[in-house]
Design a protein around this ligand. Structure first.
Ligand code: NAD
Length: 329
């Protein structure tokens, strides 16, 4: 089947092309993001393949359907960027890659904890400049610290297992309990997790209920000097409230792999441009903030699996077979 691939980078070609050849699909790669303007590129393609910042809102869905596209293969797990009702109304089916490597994201989240704690990013620069002083690089032992995991699905559970290995105490918050996690720590109400954790790491999806769950009020409940890690979705966090928390030193460390307004920034080389997002630029001024640009998923293992499952989803659609990976309103 011919498939229009949006938001293409070199690494997408590298992993999708061999998987497509194996599955017998013909991919046409487009660099632009999927927007109302770029839907014209999908003309005549029965299926498209899109990524996290390709917003499938009502207008985009209508335009795709008008160009006779019938299937959207998301090459990601989250689907908060898709208006599923609008898709259903115009007859667009949508499938995702629900699990590719929870280890990739969990290991990145723990990497952020260690980097922020032991200040690897600062030490790297210092040593390269011949500055071997360690003043200002003081960290803490992970052993004995309380880590609060919000969302104990696939990624949250792997994160919990890794930090349990450091000897951390674990608190969990979720709308459903995971037996593996129960063996590692305790499920508590979110308010208690916020109040008792030294490190809080977010692993729940972005939904109406979780939007801005890290609000001004939530931050007020936290321990002074808390470490907050978000590798899930940017809008779980109210960024201006977090900036206030950093200024008052309530938040002692912040690690972000996702940002609410990331669509205009992440995945692009903007090093020669003036960044217009003042909120993002304010975040970058804090010495205790570490930001990566949505790269937690970015391992070879994960990209191979994303490519394999995306092709399987396309094949299922082509053969009109049901797939467990389909997402509906
Ligand atoms: P999952 O579906 O296995 O787990 C999500 C968990 O969140 C579930 O246990 C669910 O019950 C829980 N949850 C739902 N609503 C909640 C709420 N209100 N409060 C607390 N918990 C709630 O998903 P996963 O594979 O572990 O992925 C988690 C998230 O990670 C995804 O939704 C996605 O946004 C994000 N993600 C980020 C990257 C990245 O590169 N940064 C990559 C993949 C996934």
């Amino acid at each position: 089947m011919r498939v229009a691939v949006f938001s293409t980078k070199n690494y997408d070609r590298q992993f999708l092309q061999p998987a497509a050849a194996k599955a017998g699909h013909e991919l046409v790669f487009f660099e632009p993001r999927l927007t109302e303007q770029t839907t014209v590129l999908a003309q005549g393609f029965p299926a498209i393949c899109s990524f996290v910042n390709d917003a499938l809102d009502a207008k985009v869905c209508a335009a795709l359907a008008a160009h006779s596209t019938r299937f959207v293969a998301l090459r990601c797990a989250g689907f908060n960027q898709v208006d599923l009702q609008a898709c259903a109304q115009v007859g667009l089916r949508v499938a995702r890659v629900p699990a590719y490597s929870p280890y990739a994201v969990a290991e990145h989240a723990v990497g952020m904890m260690l980097a922020l704690n032991r200040k690897f990013h600062k030490a790297y620069n210092r040593v390269r400049e011949g500055n071997f002083a360690i003043d200002g690089l003081l960290g803490f032992d992970m052993q004995g610290k309380t880590v609060g995991v919000v969302g104990t699905g696939k990624i949250g559970a792997v994160t919990a297992r890794i930090v349990a290995g450091f000897g951390c105490k674990l608190l969990f918050s979720d709308v459903a309990q995971n037996d593996d996690c129960k063996a590692l720590g305790s499920y508590v109400p979110l308010e208690q997790l916020l109040a008792e954790s030294d490190i809080i790491t977010l692993h729940c999806p972005l939904t109406r209920e979780t939007h801005h769950m890290i609000s001004k009020r939530a931050i007020e409940r936290m321990k002074p000097g808390v470490m907050l890690i978000n590798t899930s979705r940017g809008a779980l966090v109210d960024t201006p409230a977090v900036i206030e928390g950093l200024k008052s030193e309530k938040i002692g460390y912040l690690g972000l792999d996702v940002y609410e307004e990331e669509a205009d920034l992440f995945f692009e080389d903007l090093s020669g441009r003036v960044i217009q997002d003042d909120v993002f630029m304010r975040l970058m001024t804090f010495p205790n903030v570490l930001i990566t640009s949505h790269q937690a998923f970015f391992t070879a293992t994960a990209l191979e699996e994303i490519a394999r499952v995306t092709m399987a989803n396309l094949t299922a659609f082509e053969r009109q077979e049901p797939t467990m990976n389909e997402v509906r309103a």
